[in-house]
Design a protein around this ligand. Structure first.
Ligand code: UDP
Length: 231
């Protein structure tokens, strides 16, 4: 693989604590990212915000404002992960779709290409910049824009199931499934808006568990045990 878009959920940064940051967990992820980056793979990263806040967390405040807080949470997450990646020896750049002072750079495809050419790891923070979207949608949007070969979707579960494995002990995991079937069956790999964009833009996806040892490296190396979503 030459260029991929890695999506980490916000919760993945929290480790056993379920909220905030767990440094050991994130450092282990950063070391995997460094290993594949050293092999010359260009990596874009989108991180969720669920370890701090989701727009749907509050039923009281205005949804647009709640989503703004969610988007800001994704920026905090990217600053944190970016800096731990720097600690491992990588160069990084964080882009946001709206101005964020000196904290991040304003997203443009040209600037991102420059960062990749400089060997940098690129973070896409702040989601799409719009409420009522998710970081899943931002993931597909950026993956399509940067012409990534595939989305690497690191999740708490080890792939896509025909029903929720946390609720149904007899849920069956797919080794491979088409994105059309994911959309038709409304399977919970990504939210529907993001899945439909994957379908329309023919963006393949590899879904796997982040907490399995070396799962990011293994996925890039083709030693893959999750669910392959074909287009
Ligand atoms: N969000 C948004 N627009 C976007 C991306 C994210 O409004 O384009 C907000 C939304 O409130 C969402 C929150 O940011 O709930 C955190 O993102 P997400 O729920 O996707 O995080 P995850 O569940 O993957 O940790």
């Amino acid at each position: 693989m030459k260029r991929v878009l890695l999506k980490l959920s916000g919760e993945a940064l929290a480790g056993p604590k379920k909220t905030g940051f767990d440094e050991a967990t994130v450092l282990a992820v950063a070391k995997q990212i460094k290993a594949i980056s050293d092999e010359g793979v260009q990596i874009g990263i989108v991180i969720g915000g669920g370890n701090f806040w989701r727009g749907r967390t509050s039923e009281t405040i205005d949804r647009s404002k709640a989503d703004q807080i969610g988007m800001l949470a994704t920026i905090m997450n990217c600053i944190y992960v970016s800096d731990l990646c720097r600690y491992t020896g990588m160069q990084t750049e964080i882009y946001t779709p709206f101005a964020c002072g000196a904290f991040t750079k304003l997203y443009s495809k040209d600037s991102v290409e420059e960062s990749f050419a400089q060997g940098k790891l690129v973070f896409f923070a702040g989601g799409t910049g719009h409420p009522y979207f998710s970081t899943d949608t931002a993931t597909v949007l950026r993956a399509v824009e940067i012409e990534a070969e595939a989305i690497l979707l690191a999740k708490a579960v080890d792939g896509i199931y025909d029903s929720d494995p946390k609720v149904n002990p007899n849920a069956v995991k797919y080794d491979e499934i088409s994105i059309q079937e994911v959309v038709d069956k409304k399977l919970a790999a990504m939210d529907l808006t993001a899945s439909i964009m994957c379908l329309e833009q023919k963006m393949p996806m590899l879904v796997f568990a982040l907490d399995e040892e070396n799962s990011i490296i293994n996925t890039v190396h083709g030693k893959f045990t999750g669910t392959k979503v074909t287009v």
